[in-house]
Ligand binder design. Structure first.
Ligand code: PEP
Length: 256
């Protein structure tokens, strides 16, 4: 039985004060929900420590939005996986569409990050998703296959226990345009079939596949009700507790 994961990607938002305030509000508001679902937040790197302090003693998990694959050293501006672990992170987001399409990350770089994070024992949330032009050209499945094969190259079936996939159609991220539950379910089912054919049925059955792309309180229940949707990766609606907590509650209801 897959446990729902409701995650919030704060991107390059918040100040130290608002990040701490938001984290504290989530601790209060999601206390009971955390018995039923996993809640994971990705604050900006400079605020990881104060946010970790704010959630200390609660079940809310904190992860990094990105990390570099090399060991600490001469990589100006980068954050090492060891540094994330040093400040208490157990998860890292890799391959977000903004990193792919704004910052130019390739499947090969993403794969290096995925492998290095897994070797360190971190949970990886690997994002995949097609552009609008690719969907319109009926290339969605081809793009997902390429990103899965590229991102997960040389990742073993055992290591997949620490991998979460986030399906995030790029045309739905930050646009207010959400994939319909049917579109999300079709992509998630395709991803699960990919996991069966590239690993095995038990990996496919155990791997959580989150949906991301303009998730909000109004559409969360329907999306989370799809058989292959195991949670959400939420951007804009994760920046206010009053927007995010109802999504967490939708996860609790979906978990039954
Ligand atoms: C995201 O950043 O991963 C995301 C899905 O953003 P939004 O919810 O704002 O579309």
């Amino acid at each position: 039985m897959r446990r729902y994961l409701i995650s919030g990607n704060w991107k390059m938002n918040t100040t130290r004060a608002t990040a701490v305030e938001l984290a504290k509000a989530l601790v209060e508001g999601a206390r009971a929900a955390c018995d039923k679902v996993d809640v994971l937040i990705f604050p900006p790197a400079p605020y990881l420590i104060p946010v970790q302090d704010a959630v200390a003693g609660s079940a809310i998990q904190v992860g990094g939005q990105n990390a570099y694959f090399e060991a600490p050293g001469a990589f100006t501006g980068e954050v090492a996986l060891e540094m994330l672990q040093d400040v208490g992170c157990q998860s890292v987001l890799i391959g977000h569409s903004e990193r792919r399409h704004v910052l130019g990350e390739t499947d090969s770089l993403i794969n290096n990050k995925v492998k290095a994070a897994l070797e360190k024992g971190l949970q990886v949330v690997l994002c995949v998703g097609e552009l609008l032009s690719e969907r319109e050209a009926n290339q969605t499945e081809e793009v997902l296959d390429r990103q899965m094969a590229g991102g997960l190259a040389d990742v073993t079936a055992e290591q997949m226990a620490d991998v979460v996939i986030a399906y995030e159609p790029v045309w739905a991220i930050g646009t207010g345009r959400t994939a319909s539950p049917e579109q999300a379910e079709a992509a998630h089912a395709h991803l699960r079939n990919w996991l069966t054919s590239h690993y095995n049925a038990s990996v496919a059955d155990a791997t959580r596949i989150l949906y991301g792309g303009s998730v909000k309180a109004a559409n969360a229940a329907e999306l989370l009700g799809q058989p292959n949707v195991d949670g959400a990766l939420v951007g804009g609606a994760s920046l206010k507790a009053s927007d995010f907590l109802p999504i967490v509650e939708a996860g609790v209801s979906a978990a039954g």
